[in-house]
Design a protein around this ligand. Structure first.
Ligand code: TYD
Length: 143
């Protein structure tokens, strides 16, 4: 990967290779997505009452795309900054850096949330307690 690691969340607009036969979006690691993709998972069957996530990852960076339906993602950096992203288009994703607290919610019934990951799954790199997350962010700030 050539690009420097970015440390805040942002929207990614994917190029669309559509023609009269329909639409095609490519997410190629290191090009359309700013990391090599090690893992893909997707979330569906959630609804407007469900909150998923509620964790941060010490290492993994993510790109999330609602390839069908819609959802919202609340992102906190542990320093007082918070952003809410609405995902409602198959060609628009969000990039999440490591050490971002994330909550996914307000899923439409047809939501399929595709998640591209920079790392393989490792439960040990998850922080599932918000106070612990704040503590680790503070420790990171102190070097
Ligand atoms: P969880 O982290 O709770 O999902 P979410 O981030 O959407 O809230 O994961 C649900 C279950 O799936 C949990 O038992 C861990 C497992 N899991 C894997 O085995 N591999 C994976 O890559 C992921 C994301 C989850």
């Amino acid at each position: 990967m050539q690009e420097p690691i970015k440390d805040s969340a942002y929207f990614i607009e994917f190029a669309e290779h559509g023609d009269e036969r329909g639409h095609l979006v490519v997410a190629e690691g290191g090009q359309d997505v700013p990391f090599d993709i090690q893992r893909v998972f997707y979330i569906y069957g959630s609804d407007a009452t469900i909150v998923r996530g509620s964790h941060a990852n010490r290492k993994t960076r993510f790109v999330l795309v609602n390839v069908a339906g819609s959802s919202k993602v609340r992102v906190k950096d542990g320093l007082g900054n918070e952003a809410i992203f609405c995902l409602n288009r198959p060609r628009t994703g969000i990039y999440l850096p490591q050490m971002a607290w994330k909550e996914m919610y307000d899923f439409s019934p047809d939501s399929v949330l595709l998640v591209l990951c920079s790392e393989h799954y490792d439960e040990a790199e998850y922080i599932r307690d918000y106070d612990k997350f704040l503590q680790e962010v503070q420790q990171g700030q102190q070097g």
